[in-house]
Design a binder for this molecule. Structure first.
Ligand code: GLV
Length: 314
């Protein structure tokens, strides 16, 4: 029995980062692997990974829950209607992962546009001699980058496009005048217009009811022939079957994906293609960033269990 301790359930996978925070004497951690079901109990706080669905079936096991401190900036794994109905505040980890995710997005942009993975394989296999038409890629300078979503991460991706000589346009419900002034980005209200005119489209919207399937067959058909699609946001935003067809037919030159509809499963058709670069959801995976994500999630957890305002509520 835990006496008067405040019990919190924390994803086992973040245990390494506990060394970077202080655990108050009245708090008792119980480690919960993400593959295990949430146990019933008098837990006051829950710190889950993005791969744990937190819905009514979880909340009913935790009647005393006072906070869900998600270890992610995205929170599509949490049923916010259910948490709201029970008055349980939820937090995420914005800002601390913006730079790392934008860097990773650019890793994909460069890898796809310059065919880095194909080239690396060829070099390793030793099946090449220098040739003027070997592995020709897409030059970035002078090309248009279309950002779908110009929040923190979208803007950071846009900023990084300027030294590459790209023009930046964005599609977002909200105008971003400071971003526009800073890098000369231009807002385009019509999604179709962004898709039809961008050489490279990069997705940075949240997954929600409005954005699920946002990039479907029709939207891909509207994209420029030979364009590139990058997704480091959430898999459910893109129709992966339609994407496979467009990559197979050559309608799209290539794609770079860090996220998938059925994570951690990846469709066979994507795995077969050489013009797509596939990463295992590592957008924020740097030592510094993951540590900061934990520190922020932990702080939110500790505030929540004492009914204090969260640092980064959603
Ligand atoms: C990663 O995808 C996150 O939402 O933090």
């Amino acid at each position: 029995m835990s006496g008067s301790k405040i019990r919190v359930l924390v994803a086992e996978e973040v245990r390494y980062f506990l060394q970077f925070v202080e655990v108050p004497a009245d708090v008792q951690i119980e480690w919960l692997p993400t593959s295990a079901a949430v146990p019933e109990g008098d837990y006051k706080g829950l710190l889950p990974l993005l791969s744990r669905r937190v819905d009514e079936s979880v909340l009913e096991r935790l009647p005393q829950l006072m906070v869900v401190a998600n270890f992610a900036v995205g929170f599509d794994n949490i049923d916010l209607d259910a948490t709201r109905a029970r008055g349980v505040p939820v937090s995420n980890t914005p800002d601390v992962l913006t730079g790392a995710t934008a860097d990773l997005t650019w890793s994909l942009i460069l890898a796809v546009s310059r065919r880095i993975v194909e080239a690396e394989r060829l070099a390793r296999e030793g099946k090449w001699t220098w040739h003027p038409t070997l592995l020709l890629g897409m030059q970035l300078s002078g090309r248009r980058l279309g950002l779908l979503g110009a929040g923190r991460i979208g803007q950071a991706v846009g900023r990084r496009a300027i030294p590459f000589g790209m023009e930046v346009v964005y599609w977002d419900r909200i105008e971003q005048p400071e971003f526009e002034a800073e890098i000369g980005a231009r807002r385009i209200e019509s999604l179709d217009e962004v898709l039809a005119s961008a050489d490279l489209v990069s997705i940075h919207v949240q997954l929600s009811e409005e954005t699920a399937g946002l990039i479907g067959r029709d939207q891909i058909a509207r994209m420029k022939d030979g364009a590139i699609l990058i997704n480091t946001a959430r898999g459910g935003i893109v129709d992966e079957d339609a994407l496979c067809e467009a990559l197979e037919s050559g309608k799209l030159r290539g794609a770079g994906l860090d996220v998938y509809e059925g994570e951690p499963q990846i469709r066979e058709c994507l795995k077969r293609l050489s013009n797509v670069v596939l990463l295992p959801h590592v957008g924020s995976a740097t030592e510094d960033t993951r540590r900061k994500m934990f520190e922020l999630a932990w702080e939110n957890l500790m505030l929540g269990v004492r009914r204090e305002p969260l640092l980064t509520p959603v």
